[in-house]
Design a protein around this ligand. Sequence first.
Ligand SMILES: [Zn+2]
Length: 549
Amino acid sequence: MAAWQFDIVLSHCRIVDGCGNPWYRGDVGVRGPRIGAIAAPGTLRGARSIVVGDRYVAPGFVDPHTHSDLSILVYPRADSALRQGVTTHVVGNCGMSAAPAVGRRLPDLQQLWEYYGFGDPRLGWKWRSFGAYLRAVAAAAPSINIAGLVGHGALRVAAMGFDERPARPEEQALMQRLLDESMRQGAFGLSTGLVYPPGCFATTEEIVALAAVAARHHGIYASHIRGERETILEAVAEAIRIGREGRLPVEVSHNAPKWGAPGGAAANLGLIEAARREGQDVTTDNDSHTDLAPRLSRALPQPVLDLPLEELFALLGDPRRRAQLKRDVEEDRLPGAGYTGLVRHHAFDRIAVLHAPGLPALTGRSIAAIAAERGVDPFDAFLDLIVETRDAAVGIFDYIDEDDIRALLSHPLSMCCSDGLVMPPCEELDDPSLYWPCSYGEYPGILERYVRDEPLLTLVPGAAVRPVRPWRPAARPGGRHRRLRPRAPTRPRHQPVPAQCPPGERAAPASRGHRLRAGQRAGRGRLRRAHGGAAGTSVAAPRRLSRRA
Ligand SMILES: [Zn+2]
């Protein structure tokens, strides 16, 4: 019997080729792990043929901002990505990568990962170089592609731990050498997380010098910028400056203005547009969530984030030092994370308790309501809960204006990201309430909310925007990698291009989009990340590292 030309043929589909072309009708032939041909409808034959009809077929989406660095080693099947059409995760974001690691500083690097609940020693942490890390990923045989950025935080802890000072020349030289080595070994660029320790302690010059190293290898610079609220414009300007002086493309990560600068998306995007007019390559990304669920203590100023728990409790128990801490939050000298804005501006009605071990009656109640009931100042109620739960209290911080998210997602210079990480199917979690929807539902959620329910974005090109742009991040990592061509080589004749999805049409063959209430979406979803590993899972069972040994 003659061998089939293709293993699978998707026939008569609407093809959105990911290059910015209008959709067109055709067959897609898959041979082994690759697309073997795209041809006119009804012309390809395969061992298995699936008539797709009016559903859309697109190349796998690239998720340009994830934190799957370690979880991909634990959940290499990556169901959470594949089931929403994502086939590539860019990892190493926000200044955090799993490599390079320097032996004696390994505990510092593991502490950096504590926030994501992946300090578990069972991960092995056998790798030291970036190349060795990539080999560990390859050995896990993941079902998605992984593109890794080198985290500035990883470089900085390797050179100088969490020291709150500028880098000395020899430390700067070590960071540059480690970055150079990592880029040679396959990294795609440099990332920073400038509201978190240790990135927040770095000068712009330190980062420019590192960016120049990444630039020599055609890398990019992706930044969780230094302040996403009141100082967001200065922070975006700093990112642009680093790209200009380091001579490399800039990606401003999850760029919605947080509480303290609501409505700021337009000015922020204006800076990026202006940089592009000057000839600089700057783009941005954002997820679709208005809230986040970190531990309450994560909203405290950076120097306090490094304290061992007992020291933190001693500080909060001393009235004089507690008053000073409150002033530090209000003054925000090192701009903290976005959700810190709610605490700084005393918006305690926008912070609800998601999980407070030993105090189940508080779940779902706002800090403002708890404070009123207790007859205390809301700021004190907030700090008291940190002590009462031994820093295990998790809050939902409702800190982003959805209009800013809309402005970003619909902007042509912006791409969609999840800011999630690969995780197992819900049923494999010990506690399904700790399920993280943005890791499974980000892309279906965007297609559901902003394409199907609200005509903010359109799936098909021909309109100004596309909800998911595999072509843009795919074209991102410089000249070393295959660029998508603007036209599919075997493209058949075009079909007419609808400017919008036809009324009543389901926008996409998207995986089951589960609609969650606003509070659930990112809030519950991000619990695992925020919870620092207290949320056990059946695999990996992330362990909370002791703070700052
Ligand atoms: Zn970030």
